[in-house]
Design a protein around this ligand. Structure first.
Ligand code: FAD
Length: 381
């Protein structure tokens, strides 16, 4: 085992995968997470319950021998099922042959599988209830808030995998070592549930369901318990927005006229709508992603994107594979590997950020067009 300890701040999808890859290289890894251990606690409301895992993410999981376990509970979605306001649903295959799919995965189960895999490896220790509140980039000294007071720790390298609102990024910003721009979308998201009916799926489980409504939309992905998690993507303000629609009768009337096939399938629709939070959506642009060759950002912390291409987590997983490759090529010289990682990933992250924004228009509007249905076959959400 190597002497240097690497701190990974944020035990989400990117952080746990990073810990797995680094431990396999022989590093001691301290994984710090602000929340309690997710394997024992309750799931945070308002984060997406499931997500679409595609080949890019699967490739990373295969490299640590976890793909088979994760895929055992995956539900392959071979195309989109379009739900018009009136008329028949319409299935659009993602590939001409029909044998290619994106996979609906439980975010919580995926995170737990990665956390289990990381903490089983020698050299990985996880510290939950540790919220990073301070970082000295030049020395790697970190300060954490814990339930019993503030603690400090130091690491040879600090990797910020703490998500879109990254505290590591904020610390670098505070030192004037980084510039950032966060473009919030004028849309938010809210989750609803379509439960199983007599133990069976209420909709076709082989598809990602879309209710395109021009300026807004709803999607639904299947879950292993045979329910569907629906996500509304609606404007934050104005007509048809979350703030405009709060009264139970108005909510029912809105769904009855715009999503008429949904109320009969979602008995708790009004409850879900009123109780579930509205999540923000945005794109994080920041540069650089690393400083002093010893502090770096990965995943959403570096490049959070809007979810319309279903690629945020997949992209975060690709970061980890690329970092591993850079460490290989640089003989584990972090001061060389981190700038190389940044150079190789920034352009790709910028491209998917742009494509994800463009795909919102495609999903909420263009997929409903008959011309689109005839002319396009694409392999994404
Ligand atoms: P996160 O998953 O956000 O993890 C960050 C972790 O850091 C968390 O555990 C958090 O508690 C912890 N943390 C935060 N602050 C601190 C701190 N100060 N100290 C210590 N720990 C901290 N992606 C896909 O690939 N496919 C999809 O279908 C898809 N669907 C989505 C749908 C929605 C509605 C949304 C919002 C996102 C979707 N995404 C999807 C994107 C995906 O969720 C993210 O890209 C992915 O979770 C990024 O992983 P991460 O580990 O970088 O960040």
């Amino acid at each position: 085992m190597r002497d240097d300890e690497i701190a990974v701040v944020g035990a989400g999808l990117a952080g746990c995968l990073t810990a797995c890859f680094l431990a396999r290289r022989g590093y001691r890894v301290a994984l710090y997470e602000r929340r309690p251990d997710p394997r024992t606690g309750t799931v945070e409301r308002g984060r997406s319950i499931n997500l679409a895992l595609s080949e890019r993410g699967l490739d990373a999981l295969r490299r640590i021998g976890l793909a088979e376990q994760v895929m055992a509970d995956a539900l392959p979605m071979r195309g989109r099922m379009i739900h018009p306001v009136q008329g028949e649903t319409n299935f659009q295959q993602y590939s001409v042959s029909g044998d290619r799919a994106i996979n609906s995965i439980s975010r919580g189960a995926l995170n737990n599988a990665l956390l289990d895999a990381a903490t089983r490896l020698p050299g990985v220790r996880a510290a939950f209830d540790h919220r990073l509140v301070g970082l000295e980039p030049a020395t790697g000294e970190m300060r954490f808030e814990t339930p019993t007071g503030e603690v400090t720790a130091t690491a040879a390298v600090v990797l910020g995998t703490d998500g879109a609102g990254s505290a590591v990024r904020q610390q670098l910003l505070g030192y004037g070592l980084l510039t950032e721009r966060v473009d919030f979308l004028d849309y938010g998201y809210k989750e609803l549930t379509i439960p199983a009916v007599d133990g069976e799926f209420a909709l076709d489980p082989d598809a990602l369901h879309i209710w395109p409504r021009g300026t807004s939309m709803m999607i639904a992905l299947p879950n292993p318990d045979r329910s569907f998690t629906c996500t509304l993507f609606w404007p934050n303000e104005g007509p048809g927005s979350f703030v405009a629609l709060t009264d139970p009768a108005a909510i029912e009337a809105h769904f009855a006229s715009h999503y008429p096939d949904v109320p009969p399938l979602a008995p708790k629709l009004v409850d879900d709508y009123q109780q579930n939070p509205v999540g923000q959506l945005g794109t994080v642009y920041c540069t650089p992603w690393q400083v002093h060759g010893r502090v770096a950002l990965l995943g959403d912390a570096a490049h959070a994107i809007v979810p319309f291409y279903g690629q945020g987590a997949n992209c975060a997983f690709e970061d980890v594979v690329e970092l591993d490759r850079c460490l290989d090529e640089c003989g584990d010289d972090w001061a060389a590997a981190l700038p190389l990682f940044e150079q190789r990933r920034q352009e790709n992250a910028g491209a998917i950020a742009e494509m994800a924004l463009a795909n919102f228009v495609e999903m909420r509007d263009k997929v409903a067009s008959p011309l689109f249905q005839l002319g396009r076959r694409v392999e994404h959400t």
